[in-house]
Every structure is written in structure tokens, then in C-alpha cells.
Design a protein around this ligand. Structure first.
Ligand SMILES: [Fe+2]
Length: 383
């Protein structure tokens, strides 16, 4: 990522720490400005006041929050699920599915990642049968025919890698089995439930999305009728409970260590419960930063979101690049209080999507937006 011939400047002025994110001058707020996420050249400023202490925030650039639970549409087809944010490489939809899909789906545009926020049930696809439950990621390679049959209403964050492929991150010196061992990926089985599903009589429709348009192919039988398969491409499932987050007791690691899947020009990261830093000089909450190269999206799945005051499960925040963001006032104190009270771990599970290209807001997202969100930092400061 960062093996470029960067402009060779290095400096230090005034009061500053030597180690980033640790031993900051007393009473200061650290802000990071960096290239290529957290991997290129960076500067660390020590501010006297929080970089998020704005009193007005005007114009089109703004932090946004959406309560996706407020989107009531429950279409039977994933291709009718409301789009929230998108660009040429990525489409984020939120899909409430009230019962078994009447038709099969097939994505001709790209790989699909489904994050199950709520609900449980069965996934039937070309490769066989998998059960799913809340907290599962379901990976569906481009071209897979699939159908979900939830037991009750399911709520799913759909993350489509348009025109591209999902891969796993390079875990570098951590080694390939860190964070999660690829052996923890479950693949479908051609079991009794799958064979029973194959026997469903009547016509079967396959709704194929290609170039954003849906075509329907109808068969007089169930086309999920393979009797076997072999190869090194398959749908897969992994639950967030299988993740083993990388932490350091002495250093607040950047969110990139939580990268779970890599798309084309974007990454999907997972914040799973993890211990706070215990070193007295180490930062205990995310640092303020501009992140000028990436738009940032976080979907809050479960738990208590320690760096945010007013966020509930089912909400999604969108921090476009271009302004400084960071924890809300009180988050540092809350982390220290949690440590003092013997609660040494975060209790949050969230999906983060960082995109290199700017994201556009889709119309449905407007219905779910909290227009007061840019002022939530100020609200938290007033307590
Ligand atoms: Fe960020």
C-alpha cells in the first residue's frame, strides 16, 4: 500500500509525544491526519480542545446517522431491498425478510456478503444447505443461486462487491490464522434438508440481477438440483463469535486490524468485544482522525457502543472523509470508569465498511436519517 516515494518530510514541534496514541501531553486531544488510511505518512496533532467541538456544521459534508430499524419495507426479493449507500464498487442495502423467499436469487453483478443482524433460518444454494443465525456473515460468490428461509422476520445488511470479488486480508506478521482461522469458515452441506428442498414441486423462478437490472428465469423444477460438487469456490458462513480480535494492552490499534473481508476499493471490518488498553499512557478510545482517503460506514449490530452516546443496534453511521471525527465527549471517561469497575472489555459488535471512493446516499436512507446527528458530539459534551 505505502511503498511510494512519499514527499520526505519529518518533523516535530512544540509539546508532543514520541509514540503515537500514547503518553499525550496532559489535557490534550490527539488528532491523526494520514495517507492511505493508517498505512501511509501521518501527522499527529495535540489539540487543546476536542477536534469535534464544532458549534455549527453547514453544507453538504456532514456526519450522518440512520436508524435502519425505521425502514419498514419487507420485500421478498433481495433486489427490492432498500439501498442505503452506494458507489461504483459497492452497494449497501438493508433487507427485512418476513418469510421464506418465494424465488431464488442470483447476482450477476458481483460477490455478495450478507450480515445477519436479526433472525435465523436456512440458506439453500447451489452448494447445499447452511443454517444461519444472528451475527453470521454469509458469503455468496457471484453467480450463486440462493434462497433464504428464515423462521421469522430476518434483518440483513447486504454488502455487494459490484463487479469484483471478496478476498481475505493479508494478515502480514500476524500470520494467516490470526483474527479468524480460515478453517472456521463453514460451507454448505448437501444434507437431508437440501435434498428435501430439491423436491419442491412446481415452477421455480430465479431473479437474476445483472447491470443493476433484474431478469427472471423460470424453470418447471427446482434448479438447485445438483447431486454433488467439488472445487475451491463455495458459499461460506462465519459468525462474529468466531473472531479473535487483535489487541495490545499498551497501544490503541487502528481499526484496520479488524479487517474481515476485502472488496474492490473497500474493506469490511468487524468490531467484536475486546479488552480495553490497560497501560496508563495508552489511548483507550478511537483517536480523532480525518481519514481523508476513505469514507467510513459503521453498522451497529449488538451491545453497548462505548464511543457513541446515542447509537442503538440497527443504526448505521456514515462519516464521509473530509472532516475530523472521533469519540464523543465522555467516551474516555466511560472507558476509564469501566476499567476501574472491573469491566475491562468493550461490549460492542459492529460492522465497519471503509471505502476508497466516495459513497452516495440512496433515497431510502433519507427516511431513516437522524438530522440532529452532527450535533450529537455537542449534546454529549453538555451531558
Ligand atoms: Fe474513523
Amino acid at each position: 500500500m505505502s511503498n511510494r516515494n512519499w514527499i520526505p518530510v519529518r518533523g516535530a514541534e512544540g509539546e508532543h509525544s514520541r509514540q503515537a496514541h500514547a503518553d499525550m501531553p496532559a489535557g490534550t486531544y490527539e488528532r491523526e491526519m494520514s495517507k492511505e488510511g493508517f498505512f501511509g505518512p501521518a501527522a499527529f496533532f495535540h489539540h487543546r480542545r476536542p477536534p469535534t467541538g464544532w458549534s455549527h456544521f453547514e453544507g453538504p459534508l456532514r456526519p450522518r446517522a440512520f436508524d435502519l430499524a425505521a425502514l419498514n419495507a419487507a420485500p421478498e426479493s433481495p433486489w427490492a431491498a432498500p439501498m442505503i449507500l452506494h458507489n461504483a464498487h459497492l452497494q449497501i442495502r438493508f433487507w427485512r425478510l418476513a418469510g421464506p423467499m418465494p424465488a431464488l436469487a442470483r447476482n450477476g453483478d458481483g460477490d455478495q456478503l450478507l450480515f445477519v443482524h436479526q433472525g435465523a433460518g436456512d440458506l439453500f444454494c447451489d452448494f447445499g444447505h447452511l443454517v444461519f443465525a444472528a451475527g453470521d456473515y454469509l458469503y455468496l460468490p457471484r453467480g450463486t443461486m440462493w434462497r433464504l428461509a428464515p423462521e421469522a422476520t430476518a434483518a440483513i445488511l447486504m454488502i455487494e462487491c459490484v463487479g469484483g470479488h471478496y478476498t481475505l486480508p493479508d494478515k502480514g506478521m500476524l500470520g494467516p490464522t490470526a483474527v479468524f482461522d480460515p478453517a472456521m469458515l463453514d460451507i454448505p452441506a448437501m444434507d437431508a434438508a437440501f435434498r428435501e428442498h430439491q423436491e419442491a414441486a412446481g415452477e421455480h423462478r430465479v431473479e437474476i440481477k445483472k447491470r443493476g437490472q433484474v431478469s427472471v428465469v423460470t424453470y418447471p423444477y427446482n434448479p438447485l438440483d445438483a447431486v454433488g460438487w467439488h472445487g475451491d469456490l463455495a458459499a461460506a458462513r462465519i459468525n462474529v463469535s468466531a473472531l479473535r480480535p487483535v489487541v495490545s494492552h499498551r497501544y490503541h490499534l487502528p481499526p484496520s486490524v479488524h479487517t474481515t473481508f476485502v472488496g474492490e476499493r473497500f474493506v469490511v471490518c468487524t468490531f467484536a468485544p475486546r479488552p480495553f488498553e490497560t497501560d496508563p499512557g495508552a489511548l483507550k478510545v478511537p483517536f480523532f482522525h480525518n481519514n481523508d482517503d476513505y469514507d467510513e460506514v459503521i453498522f451497529y449490530h449488538a451491545g453497548d457502543f462505548f464511543s457513541r452516546d446515542d447509537i442503538k443496534p440497527g443504526m448505521l453511521t456514515f462519516h464521509p472523509s473530509g472532516f475530523t471525527h472521533g469519540p464523543q465527549p465522555g467516551a474516555v471517561e466511560a472507558a476509564i470508569r469501566a476499567l476501574d469497575e472491573g469491566r475491562g472489555t468493550t461490549d460492542e459488535t459492529a460492522v465497519m465498511i471503509d471505502t476508497f471512493r466516495p459513497l452516495l446516499l440512496a433515497p431510502a436512507s433519507r427516511h431513516a436519517e437522524d438530522p440532529e446527528y452532527p450535533w450529537s458530539w455537542a449534546r454529549a459534551a453538555r451531558g
